[in-house]
Design a protein around this ligand. Structure first.
Ligand SMILES: Cc1cc2nc3c(=O)[nH]c(=O)nc-3n(C[C@H](O)[C@H](O)[C@H](O)COP(=O)(O)OP(=O)(O)OC[C@H]3O[C@@H](n4cnc5c(N)ncnc54)[C@H](O)[C@@H]3O)c2cc1C
Ligand code: SF4
Ligand code: SF4
Length: 1003
């Protein structure tokens, strides 16, 4: 029996969810939006699963497998879903291991082994191993989201595989759950004591020995097919030291088609204590490709390529520019054609230095003296590795329908043929009217390259044609067609081509021995579909999003690109019926980087829920499917879409950290706008949005406005009527707003700098604005206060509260008032300085997509946070602030998410650093969880507190009692106060107040 018939499957669909709900404790997700979120991985495919199970424990998996076997529903194990070949999508029940099955079961530091559950992410494992001085050395670029189960499934390979090998070399055993429900340990095998399954496998291996020897690619980087060479070693790097058989190695790389991994037994390596990096700058690409064969004998731990296109893309990205330029011999000269990152790692620093010197000498001998940049500092090396790891994602940031497509991107060829192979493959691309960007593992002849293809317009045919020609080259150079990313949907079809019909049949026999009913991930590795089967493609012709009258200007995304030059057509010409919104959403290629849990901000809601729904990817997929009609009529304004966006705190973490720049905060404004237009706005949201309108009235009777927190029972009522959490205090209205306290000068003011005081600082914390004014004046600036043109008009407002509710027209009106009022200052080129990061940065961000044209752009160019302005002045040597030490010697600094998203955080640290003797510690925090009005909502209170408890609140509580806590966001300060309520409540202050406190009194 082979794969199950899909008709049976559909008929059982209802039964399946009911049976599962009865059988498991975990989450059973069968709604269209959830299924849609699991229909993609980082490949070009989209296959909707029948349902999703997020198991709570191993018993759940067992129970689900039993139900599926009985109902004949295929089962697809899934980790981070970051596979590039479509191996983690399929029609069946997806079992997502990544939320709960994430434990490190045991570590044996002496034996250098660990036992883990398959859902643990590599970075998390390595964090747990670090105290033991150990790591798991298969360092995939997707280490922040790749799970060990997925890595074993794909036989993943890291940048340092030349030193450590692939997964197959580092997995010692697998506790597996077999398709028939039995459990078995796969590890070192003794044929004499073998089960019937194992005996048959040995017999099959022995029978095919001759064919394996004839057909098997003899490169280390071969991951296609099943590892039948366990019985007859072929790899350049043997799987076991003594050539014995370890049957775990047969499961590695089997893409969940043979068994489900329950536990993985891993081999660990000592963390190298020293590393040196030599970055070779090459004038031609060919020279870079000829070099690795000469470098490899020097014993490096990695040789990684980054080509000119990628260097240029990194230079264009503010997050990467400085780092990539640190690797160039001359950053002011033309970008080199390619660089090779050559790393030497070990414990003997002297030996490493000698190795690096040999590299420099070798490159000189090869005719390129002075071409090596030596990076000895560990932080500088890590920063450059991070850029290299982000390589693929940087490349994917190309706008337009033509995208770099992964299908031949990890062919592996012997090093002596690398230059010829890459030259000839480049010619193939050219013949097909496209080109590729090259990068990655030059050490082992596996270069990543993705030609740009438009899969909506004939790209699939070109893909096949290029694949055929590439395959010929791989054959000519005796390489492996699948050298890193596996087979999946894109390459299983090529397994028979690579190994020949006899071994392809043997692979089918292996599959049938393990899984005779074809229950586990059918259609992968054996009995495959065509790589260009249109029914499997994510953008299958005639894909078209629905027309949409957008409120924001998305025309910058509404473009097409030229595959050869990568030049973009003018904004608005891309042909998107949703006026660019759909194309902005489609920028998400589902690579899963937003599932990361380490440093940075993205994505705070995923960090606390661990739900795919609450990743940026989950949201983007839901929006794309809503626009594409896959979630039913009017889906964009549906509850399912609202639910997916509900926990998005609009932190803009994704805008900066998503490598393709998916800006979910902006998308949320658009979707809210569409929803409000259709369904109206709830009372509470209306009250929050209109705060700038009634603020002046509230400030006239603050005792009345503050009653909610003074009257017993009022908070509970506000929760019932307005949905404001009773557990929250509200910001306190003040009777002395900043702007009212300053006389308005009769003549127009003309300062060196304009201070833009937002609604929150004006009405709730006027002392911040007073402090800022004092600091600016002490530094000698003539300060002009931003005010509306008409004398009796209400104060200016950036429109943030309206945007947060989707009231784009109202926000536009606010923005127009700001533009009119500030036009004279903007014309004079005066900096516009603001205190509240989210308000000021609205002038640099959303203001530009409100359709306000050139004046908006000019204002955006002038808008700076208070810290940015003063830090800039300090850097230019133009800041003379008379500062003295504070009574406290330590400051704890929490960055507002928007400061981080707009590179406006470092200036805050710089400013605090100007205070003599102050030791500044930065809290490694994501979003504080308050996020405007988000944390005040009763329904969000718990999540909001969990976000704060991730790192911010524990760090604040742990800080010495006299430490100064600095946070520039009003919400962050409120969260800190609320979250530390009690006898040791902490008050955070704006950096302006910290500076004002440190000002020396005039002599
Ligand atoms: C930007 C980017 C960079 C990448 N860099 C690299 C790289 O450097 N090296 C590399 O090798 N790959 C790389 N990849 C590919 C991918 O990230 C890796 O293959 C990764 O190991 C997959 O892990 P995952 O948890 O996402 O697995 P998934 O995609 O979820 O699953 C992978 C396979 O494993 C199977 N599987 C998952 N869990 C189990 C289980 N419990 N039991 C049985 N089978 C299971 C799945 O069915 C599937 O077939 C990259 C991908 C991206 C998007
Ligand atoms: S949102 Fe960005 S980081 Fe997340 S999967 Fe999509 S492209 Fe990757
Ligand atoms: S804006 Fe923040 S919360 Fe929303 S998707 Fe992006 S990273 Fe996540």
């Amino acid at each position: 029996m082979h794969s199950l018939k899909s008709r049976d499957v559909v008929n059982e669909h209802g039964d399946l969810s009911i049976r599962l709900r009865r059988a498991v404790k975990g989450e059973v997700l069968f709604d269209a939006a959830s299924r849609g979120r699991y229909a993609t991985d980082a490949s070009i495919y989209e296959v909707e699963p029948i349902g999703v199970l997020v198991p709570r424990d191993e018993d759940d998996v067992r129970a689900a497998l039993d139900v599926c076997r009985e109902l004949r529903v295929p089962v697809l194990a899934r980790g981070g879903g970051s596979s590039q070949c479509g191996q983690s999508v399929g029609r069946g029940l997806v079992i997502d291991y990544s939320k709960f099955l994430t434990r490190v079961i045991a570590v044996d530091p002496d034996a250098h082994t660990a036992e883990v559950q398959p859902g643990i992410v590599l970075d998390a494992l390595n964090t747990a191993l670090r105290p033991h001085g150990l790591w798991f050395p298969v360092d995939v670029s997707s280490s922040a989201q790749a799970t060990l189960g997925g890595m074993a499934g794909n036989n993943s390979c890291g940048s340092r595989s030349i030193a450590y090998g692939n997964m197959v070399h580092n997995v010692a055993g697998i506790d597996a759950l077999l398709a028939d429900g039995s459990e078995a340990f796969f590890g070192p095998a003794d044929p004499a004591q073998a089960s019937p399954l194992v005996s048959r496998l040995f017999a099959l291996g022995a029978r095919e020995r001759g064919e394996i020897e004839r057909r098997w690619p003899r490169v280390m980087r071969r991951v296609g097919g099943y590892n039948l060479d366990v019985f007859c070693p072929q790899s350049e790097r043997p799987y076991t030291r003594d050539g014995s058989v370890n049957l775990a190695h047969l499961l590695v790389g089997s893409e969940g088609t043979l068994a489900l991994s329950r536990r993985l037994h891993l081999r660990l390596a000592p963390l190298p204590t020293a590393k040196l990096l030599g970055v070779i700058n090459f004038p031609t690409f060919r020279a870079a490709m000829e070099a690795p064969q000469h470098i490899a004998p020097l014993g490096p731990s990695a040789i990684e390529l980054v080509d000119r296109t990628m260097i240029d893309l990194a230079r264009a990205n503010p997050a990467f520019r400085a780092v990539i330029e640190s690797a160039l011999v001359d950053a002011s000269a033309k970008t080199p054609a390619a660089i090779l990152l050559v790393e030497f790692a070990g414990d003997d620093a002297v030996a490493l230095t000698a190795q690096l010197k040999r590299l420099v000498a070798l490159i000189g001998d090869l005719g390129l003296p002075g071409s090596v940049v030596e990076l000895t500092d560990a932080r500088a090396q890590k920063a450059l590795w991070d850029v290299r790891k982000a390589g693929l994602n940087i490349m994917m940031s190309l706008r337009g329908d033509g995208k770099p497509v992964s299908f031949i991107e990890d062919c592996a060829v012997p090093l002596e043929h690398l230059a010829d192979y890459t030259t000839q493959l480049g010619e193939v691309f050219e013949r097909h009217g496209t080109r590729g960007t090259w990068y990655a593992h030059a050490s082992v002849g596996t270069l990543h390259v993705r030609p740009i293809l438009d899969l909506r317009r004939g790209g699939a045919q070109k893909m096949r044609a290029i694949a055929e020609e590439a395959a010929e080259l791989v054959r000519r150079y005796k390489g492996a067609y699948s050298g890193e990313h596996g087979d999946g949907l894109v390459r299983s079809e090529w397994v028979a081509w690579q190994f020949g019909p006899r071994l392809a049949r043997a692979f089918e026999e292996v599959k049938d021995l393990f899984d005779p009913a074809g229950l586990l991930n059918p259609g992968k590795i054996v009995r495959p579909s065509k790589m260009d089967d249109p029914s499997l493609l994510r953008f299958r012709p005639p894909y078209a999003p629905a027309a949409l009258e957008t409120a924001l200007d998305w025309s910058a995304w509404n473009v097409q690109n030229d595959a050869l030059s990568e030049r973009l057509t003018p904004p608005g010409t891309g042909g998107d019926p949703a006026r660019g919104f759909a194309k902005a959403v489609e920028m998400c290629n589902s690579n899963g980087h937003c599932r990361k849990l380490d440093a940075g901000t993205m994505c705070p809601s995923y960090r606390v829920t661990r739900d795919e729904e609450h990743t940026t990817r989950g949201r983007a997929n839901t929006l794309r499917q809503a626009l594409g009609g896959q979630l039913g009529p009017d889906a964009l304004t549906s509850d399912a879409v609202a639910a997916a966006l509900d926990l998005c705190v609009s932190c803009k973490g994704c805008k900066r950290e998503c490598p393709t720049g998916v800006d979910m905060a902006l998308m949320k404004i658009e979707v809210l706008h569409q929803r409000v237009r259709r369904h109206g706005l709830p009372l509470k949201d209306r009250a929050v949005a209109n705060l700038p309108r009634y603020a002046a009235w509230a400030a006239r009777a603050p005792w009345l406005a503050n009653l909610r927190d003074a009257l017993p029972g009022a908070a509970a009522l506000s929760e019932r009527w307005l949905g404001l959490s009773a557990q929250r205090s509200l910001p306190r209205w003040r009777g002395d707003p900043f702007l009212a306290s300053l006389p308005r000068s009769p003549a127009p003011e003309r300062g060196d700098v304009v201070l833009f005081v937002d609604t929150f600082n004006n009405y709730f914390e006027p002392e911040n604005a007073h402090a800022a004014l004092r600091v600016l004046r002490s530094a000698g600036y003539a300060v002009e206060i931003a005010r509306p043109r008409a004398a009796n008009a209400r104060p200016l407002c950036c429109g943030r509260t309206y945007l947060a509710s989707g009231l784009v027209d109202e926000a536009r009106r606010e923005a127009q008032r700001v533009l009119e009022a500030l036009a004279p200052a903007v014309d004079r080129g005066v900096p516009i300085v603001g205190l509240e990061p989210s308000c000021l940065l609205t002038l640099r961000d959303e203001l530009l997509v409100l359709g306000l044209g050139e004046p908006a752009r000019r204002l955006a160019d002038r808008a700076l946070t208070f810290a940015e302005f003063l830090a800039r002045e300090a850097k230019a040597g133009a800041l003379a602030l008379p500062l003295q030490p504070l009574p406290m010697r330590r400051a704890l600094l929490h960055g507002h998410c928007h400061e981080k998203a707009f590179a406006a955080f470092e200036p805050v640290r710089t400013l605090l650093g100007l205070i003599p003797e102050l030791d500044v510690h930065v809290v490694e925090s994501s979003c504080c969880g308050m996020a405007g009005s988000f944390g005040y909502d009763a329904e969000h209170y718990a999540v909001s507190m969990r976000m704060a408890e991730e790192s911010l609140l524990p760090a604040v509580r742990a800080a010495p009692e006299d430490a100064l806590v600095v946070a520039n966001g009003a919400s962050c300060r409120h969260q800190i106060a609320d979250g530390t309520r009690g006898p040791r409540q902490r008050e955070a202050v704006h950096v302006a107040r910290a500076l004002a406190r440190a000002l020396r009194a005039p002599d």
